[in-house]
Write a protein that binds this ligand. Structure first.
Ligand code: SAM
Length: 361
């Protein structure tokens, strides 16, 4: 094998190096990548790990994303929307646990109306001491995004999932009469004064390493405050999950297919840390599921500086199954909190204070 191209930070990391390192399998060489990502993380964002309390407020969804277990077409899902008072209890719990940010995530659910969300945000702001509120509610109309910002939301997460346009169209069908353009929504969110976050899945059937190199180049040019990177985890009750199973059974994978493993995801995470040294990068739940023993630790040692402990009440949490076997489904929010603090202490990392916006090392 030819010599590995050098690892640079920000603009000195070349496209050639990114592509090379995405395919690197030699364990000794990979240690260089992990060490460079960890050192860059320490230098630019410090040892603090920011904890964000995640509440999955609804599993209704109008979309037909072929990868996602809560897609509209999955009739096997029992649907729920969290009542306002339960949401407030979750917000109080987030403060009690000392998490700097409350993250509200859901399917694209218009049963959560603009007004409902605005009222809930105002109540969270006036009745709790939550430092920052992040929303991740899908491709909602401009007026709602503006109203929610006004009502107290600080950040919005919307992954572009893959920059391969034809793959994106295949896995994320448009709603009738509305072309999905997540890049323009992200720009709009920034104009509205949100801190914006994006991200991708790694190992989507049909996704190549070359296209992931494009994704990382886009991260480099995009000025996002947060970038979430997780492996694609096949859900058996989805069209893409079924395609994944068939391709695996038949060995029918395209050339240069990116793997959806923990290792492949860590390579993307580490390279993203080098390309965007000051971003907030979570050690995602999906990564911790791809390797239950090491995923979260590796995520934190290979570029990550954020963890999103789940504070959704267990009865709703087990119905929010975007991929199978979610971590900690049977654990209480208290147990998750204790486990994460213990893990961080064992890694010599501290818990971030305050809201943990970008550059808050
Ligand atoms: N509806 C909102 C949206 O689409 O942005 C927020 C919720 S959505 C379930 C959050 C993220 O889950 C998606 O951006 C996607 O990357 C991830 N996701 C969904 N299904 C997945 C799967 N099978 N494997 C890995 N990640 C998945």
């Amino acid at each position: 094998m030819s010599a590995a191209p050098p690892l640079g930070v920000a603009d000195s990391l070349t496209r050639e190096a990114i592509e090379h390192w995405l395919r690197e399998t030699d364990e000794t060489r990979l240690q260089e990548l992990w060490a460079a990502a960890d050192e860059t993380r320490r230098r630019y964002v410090g040892d603090a790990v920011h904890l964000r309390g995640l509440v999955e407020i609804s599993n209704y969804c109008v979309r037909g994303c072929t990868y996602c277990g809560i897609r509209a077409g999955n009739r096997g899902v029992e649907r729920y929307r969290i009542p306002e008072d339960v949401l407030l209890e979750c917000a109080h719990k987030t403060v009690e646990f000392g998490y700097g940010t409350l993250v509200l995530q859901s399917g694209e659910d218009y049963g959560i109306t603009g007004e409902w969300m605005t009222r809930a945000l105002r109540r969270i702001r006036s009745e709790t001491a939550v430092s920052a509120i992040t929303l991740s509610l899908g491709e909602r109309p401009d007026e709602e995004l503006a109203a929610w910002r006004e009502a107290g939301a600080d950040r919005y997460l919307l992954r572009f999932e893959t920059s391969d346009e034809s793959l994106y169209r295949r896995i994320h069908p448009d709603l009738p009469g509305r072309v999905s353009d997540r890049m323009s929504i992200l720009r709009r969110l920034q104009e509205l004064g949100y801190e914006a976050g994006t991200g991708i899945m790694v190992g989507i059937p049909g996704q190549t390493y070359a296209s992931i190199a494009d994704d990382i180049e886009i991260f480099r040019g995009m000025d996002m405050d947060m970038i979430g990177i997780g492996p694609y985890l096949p859900h058996p009750a989805t069209p893409l999950g079924q395609e994944f199973a068939r391709r695996t059974a038949e060995g029918d994978w395209p050339d240069d297919q990116a793997a959806n493993t923990e290792l492949a995801t860590c390579r993307v995470l580490a390279l993203t840390r080098l390309a965007r040294p000051d971003s907030n990068l979570p050690a995602t739940t999906a990564l911790s599921l791809a390797d239950k023993a090491g995923g979260r630790v590796h995520g934190l040692q290979r570029g990550g500086n954020v963890v999103m402990p789940n504070v959704t009440p267990p009865e709703q949490r087990e119905l929010y199954e975007i991929y199978p076997e979610k971590a900690a489904v049977h654990e209480t929010a208290e147990a998750v909190n204790a486990g994460i603090r213990q893990l961080l202490a064992s890694l010599g990392r501290t818990v971030g204070a305050g809201a943990g916006g970008r550059g808050a090392a």
